[in-house]
Design a protein around this ligand. Structure first.
Ligand code: TMP
Ligand code: MG
Length: 297
């Protein structure tokens, strides 16, 4: 006789049966889903990364722009500066996705990348009024299903924190052009500081990079305190650093971590399967998170 199956919800969800969906500990995920569904929407909050999580990694084999890339690739940045930014990316992005280095080893390099990169952007004389066009002309895209997800979360009053090491002004513009910014959304990111002429002069507040989101989470403990009754979290990210986005949440009960693995797949799959409850490999959609939300809401 076959043992009693303990993964009924997982098996009922066809979105979870696809070949690119990896669940290492099905029993744990089954229990989590069961709890999240039982507790319902009033106990739920969403914490998500932006670049390559809400936004798309590629289209027709071509990489889509991150917030930073929107500016780097635009006509607002002179060729000489583009070259500097390209060199920075070629140096530091391989470190960001390196499977062999620890987060602690990566942090000083991320600090360097962000400090140098934002410095170059400030030297470009960017104007606030140009950002919208730069986004329009870029190939920054949202994953399929984001629009449904945003409007549905809004409708059901489920708060969503977008926690991004990108650029706040740009990510808001990307969301506005492809969907809508709703009142239940809150963004923690690097926001541009403009002078009275609308020229970029720096960035506001403490720098958020890929691997210091835990510190950012703690700085935003006020936000989490106001949501303290929402003890269940769905966390979405594409980097190992994103796993720390919920570090500031008081009395967390259940957390379901969904990871998008877009790049350097073979080398990182095992680690992602360890760290994320559900890993979605080369998935350009929000189908899995949305299917889970449909069960909870
Ligand atoms: P995220 O936290 O919203 O994913 O944003 C961070 C991403 O931005 C991360 O994958 C690195 C990327 N990035 C660039 O593409 N260019 C840059 O110059 C910098 C500093 C970061
Ligand atoms: Mg990301």
């Amino acid at each position: 006789r076959r043992p009693k199956k303990r993964t009924k919800i997982i098996e009922m969800m066809e979105e979870l049966q696809k070949e690119n969906v990896y669940i290492k500990d099905a029993e744990r995920v089954e229990k989590l889903l069961c709890q999240l569904i039982q507790d319902g929407k009033s106990k739920l909050q969403i914490i998500t990364d932006f670049d390559m999580t809400l936004s798309r990694f590629s289209i027709n084999g071509k990489r889509c722009a991150t917030c930073h890339n929107v500016l780097e690739n635009s006509s607002l940045v002179p060729e000489s500066k583009k070259q500097v930014l390209d060199e920075l990316r070629d140096t530091y992005y391989p470190i960001e996705i390196n499977a062999k280095m620890t987060i602690e080893e990566k942090i000083p390099f991320m600090m360097e990348w962000y400090t140098k990169g934002t410095g170059v952007l400030v030297e470009c004389g960017l104007k606030q009024s140009d950002l919208s066009l730069a986004v329009k002309e870029s190939n920054a895209l949202m994953r399929d299903g984001c629009d449904w997800q945003f409007s549905t979360l809004h409708e059901h009053k489920v708060p969503m924190l977008i926690f991004s090491a990108g650029i706040g002004d740009i990510l808001e513009e990307i969301i506005k052009q492809h969907s809508q910014m709703y009142a239940n959304m809150r963004v923690v990111s690097n926001y541009m500081d403009f002078n009275h002429d609308g020229m970029l002069v720096g960035f506001k507040g403490d720098l958020v990079h890929t691997y210091n989101k835990n510190e950012g989470a703690l700085r935003n403990s006020d936000y989490f305190t106001t949501l303290k009754d929402r003890r269940n979290i769905i966390l979405m990210g594409d980097s190992m650093g994103d796993l720390r986005m919920a570090d500031g949440v008081p009395n967390m009960q259940h957390i379901l971590k969904i990871g998008f693995l877009n790049d350097n797949i073979e080398e990182r799959l095992e680690k992602y399967k360890e760290a994320y409850d559900i890993v979605l490999v080369s998935d350009s959609t929000m189908d899995v998170p949305n299917a889970i939300l449909k069960k909870i809401l």
